[in-house]
Design a protein around this ligand. Structure first.
Ligand code: GTP
Ligand code: MG
Length: 340
């Protein structure tokens, strides 16, 4: 069943069914995504990542409520994708999330999807990318993607986001330990949630000193500026008045359970979005993301095609010759690749 036309008309049931097709990686899901792709690229994608229990879901809930009742302008349509890596520590997360998301239930401008990992985390990243594309085509203005930040797969998922929030909370033990270097690198906005708890000052101090050690984004940007010739390769060169500005991740304190600091957080997200647009970094990031996605797909497609065309015996024969030292592995690979 092709749900694409109904998804474009805003049919929620069709959207839910399409997301299941995408999660299961079915040919129908793939075909619908091909059809919808031209309608994507409008949503602002916000990644929300951090250690278990820091309050990511509570913050996502509050942000969604904020965007549904903005202080000015029309309510925005918000989608939430909660990616559950199914670790034993977060076994109850989905149920807990549902309970907290109760405030949003019944609002037609909000769509919530929990994704569980099935087998490989790499597959989860690919499925999440597809799910986000479908939500984008479905007309959601903002897509919030919650992941527990730890491994490479989470970083891959975070890469889908235009703006990544890294959530910290006081009292999680050694602050420096709690923030994995890789996670800090991807932060566009640092959030100290549970600011009602003791230890906020310490957490903020250690975050500030880590930021002063040099933020990689700032570094990349400096390089970019110091080599003006490189701009020629970009589709959107940095604007003259803003090109020299680097983005230093702001630190925002929140108490998600009370809804405190949410407007400040939304303002920081809006500023980052503005920065991405005026500096040309939005186009740059999109292109970099699409390049790695395309390269991955190309690799998968070529390998699948090669497998189809290569009988097992041919591979086995080549392997035997390599084992007997008749040909080198490189020669064998060259020979087998002739099938492509
Ligand atoms: N005191 C206090 N508690 C909070 C705050 N925000 C969240 N909590 C509580 O912290 C617990 C974890 O919150 P969640 O929002 O589920 O955290 P999470 O990061 O989504 O957790 P996982 O998805 O399991 O990684 C819940 O009991 C929340 O009520 C806060 O600002 N202050
Ligand atoms: Mg959660």
């Amino acid at each position: 069943m092709n749900f694409a036309p109904q998804v474009l008309q805003g049919n929620r049931l069709a959207l839910a069914r399409l997301l299941t097709q995408i999660e299961n990686n079915t040919p129908a899901g793939r075909a619908a995504l091909d059809e919808l792709y031209g309608q994507t690229g409008r949503a602002h994608r916000i990644g929300v990542t951090g250690a278990p229990g820091t309050g990511k879901s509570s913050l996502v809930n509050q942000l969604a409520l904020h965007y549904r009742r903005p202080p000015q302008g029309d309510p925005l349509r918000v989608a939430v994708v909660a990616v559950d890596p199914s670790s034993p520590f977060t076994g109850g997360a989905i149920l807990g999330d549902r309970v907290r998301m109760r405030d949003l239930a019944g609002d037609p401008g909000v769509f919530i999807r929990s994704m569980a990992s099935r087998g490989s985390l790499g597959g989860l990243a690919a499925a999440t990318s597809g799910v986000v594309q479908a939500l984008d085509a479905g007309g959601f203005d903002l897509i919030l993607i919650e992941t527990v930040g730890a491994g490479q797969a989470e970083v891959d998922i975070a890469r889908l986001a235009h703006t990544t929030l890294v959530i910290e909370a006081p009292g999680l033990g050694d602050d420096i330990q709690a923030i994995k270097a890789g996670i800090l690198e991807i932060a566009d906005v640092l959030v100290i949630n549970k600011a009602d708890r003791p230890g906020v000052e310490n957490t903020e101090r250690s975050l500030r000193s880590m930021l002063q050690l040099g933020h990689p984004t700032a570094h990349v940007f400096q390089n970019h500026i110091s080599k003006p010739g490189h701009e020629a390769a970009l589709s959107t060169p940095p604007a003259a008045d803003d090109g020299l500005q680097m983005w230093i991740p702001p630190i925002v304190r929140t108490v998600a359970t009370e809804g405190l600091g949410i407007a400040d957080l939304a303002a920081a997200i809006a500023q980052h979005r503005q920065h991405l647009q005026s500096s040309g970094e939005l186009a740059q990031r999109e292109l970099a993301r699409l390049r790695s996605e395309l390269e991955l797909l190309l690799r998968e497609t070529l390998v699948a095609r090669w497998r189809e065309r290569t009988p097992d015996e041919q591979f086995g024969g080549a392997l035997e010759r390599v084992a007997r030292r008749e040909i080198s592995p490189w020669q064998a690979a060259d020979e087998l690749a002739q099938n492509c």
